[in-house]
Design a protein around this ligand. Structure first.
Ligand SMILES: Cc1ncc(COP(=O)(O)O)c(C=O)c1O
Length: 358
């Protein structure tokens, strides 16, 4: 007899894993927007050293890491929330604010986790289509907010399109919203945005208690395998999300590695510059193949296949050992989302794609 599952839980969409296919050689994994580079050597050393202490539980408050983040961004320590990946912070926020009858507004296509937040709580997902040029439609999102809205998410840059909303636009949007609606600005890819905005915080993150900015060590810091994310939020938000999480959710090794990674900002900057160069190269090659792309500010491209068979291309690339994401798994058929790897991996991707397009 099958297990009896809570009806709300049974309705949750399964997070789509990228397929890796049976390929004999080295795979170019360009499906999950990870860093293709190992962490900084000092981070790897800190991880090894921390391995000797794992007979103890981690610091449940993550004090050392929160102190470092607070000082880097000139925030109070009580405004820094850590999570087992920024996903954990999103899940906890949904758990404490959503329920049947409540609404969550986000753009679509966007991060595949957002529909999950509504489904797992029984809340209603209000998905506001991106504009023709794959950008957030903030006026339409504002119009979608009503007295049932508890959370609005802006993914900036947006996954899977990579498009970026200027800070001034977000500021205006936030100021027009009722203050009891939580605005989550998901900045998982913010370090990849060109120009000076890269690391700056929205002013409303400091003076508006309803604003939460989530970020992660998974992407530019190369620590995806350790699961550590953080948020800038009000002490009240921190207090309520802590209630629903297990006490030691960010493990000891993750805390130590993330704290050490913050000692190597120059290395991070170099990686960003490397990724930006790859972005320029991949995008210009794609345009050379006649494929339009969204205006990405992230570490991936969103490619319009112009009516070609998406699955045939994904399968063809996989046969060459290049793993990418099909748009249909991300909310829009006829597209590919491809993360930037090393230059060799990117060349393999472009070569294989060119071959398939004939
Ligand atoms: C927009 C967005 N937010 C959050 C995350 C999750 O990050 P983390 O690994 O910190 O949970 C991802 C991961 O792909 C993402 O694309």
């Amino acid at each position: 007899m099958p297990l009896q599952i809570n009806k709300t839980i049974a309705a949750i969409p399964v997070y789509p894993a990228a397929s890796t296919y049976a390929f004999g050689g080295l795979l170019a994994k360009l499906a999950s927007n990870e860093s293709p580079f190992s962490p900084h050597p000092a981070v790897a050393e800190a991880i090894t050293a921390a391995g000797h202490n794992v007979n103890r539980y981690p610091d449940p408050t993550g004090t050392a890491l929160r102190e470092k983040l607070a000082s880097k961004y000139d925030m109070a320590e009580e405004q820094i929330v850590l999570g087992n990946g920024s996903c954990e912070i999103l899940l906890a926020a949904a758990q404490v604010m959503l329920e049947p009858g409540a609404e969550i507004v986000y753009a679509w296509p966007s991060f595949s986790m957002y529909p999950h937040l509504a489904a797992m709580t029984g809340a209603t997902a209000v998905e506001v289509p991106l504009t023709e040029d794959h950008r957030h439609d903030l006026p339409a999102m504002l119009a979608a907010v009503n007295e049932r809205t508890r959370i609005v998410i802006i993914c900036n840059p947006n996954n899977p399109t990579g498009t970026f909303v200027e800070h001034a636009e977000i500021e205006r949007f936030i100021r027009d919203l009722p203050r009891d609606v939580c605005v989550i600005v998901d900045e998982a890819y913010i370090e990849f945005v060109k120009d000076a905005v890269r690391d700056r915080l929205l002013p409303t993150a400091i003076d508006h208690d309803n604003v939460v900015i989530t970020r992660t060590f998974a992407k530019v810091y190369g620590l995806a395998g350790l699961r550590v994310g953080y948020a800038f939020a009000s002490p009240h938000f921190k207090q309520v999300v802590d209630v629903v999480r297990q006490p030691f959710s960010v493990n000891m090794i993750a805390q130590v590695a993330a704290a050490e990674a913050l000692n190597h900002v120059d290395d991070v900057t170099q990686r960003v510059f490397g990724t930006l160069a790859e972005r320029d190269w991949v995008e210009s090659e794609l345009h050379g193949l006649g494929l339009p792309t969204a205006d990405t500010q992230a570490n991936f491209s969103w490619i319009d296949l112009g009516g070609r068979d998406e699955q045939a291309i994904v399968d063809g690339l996989a046969r060459e050992g290049v793993i990418v994401r099909a748009g249909s798994a991300l909310g829009a058929e006829g597209y590919l989302r491809v993360s930037y790897g090393t230059h060799e991996e990117n060349e393999r991707f472009i070569g294989a794609l060119g071959g398939l397009l004939g």
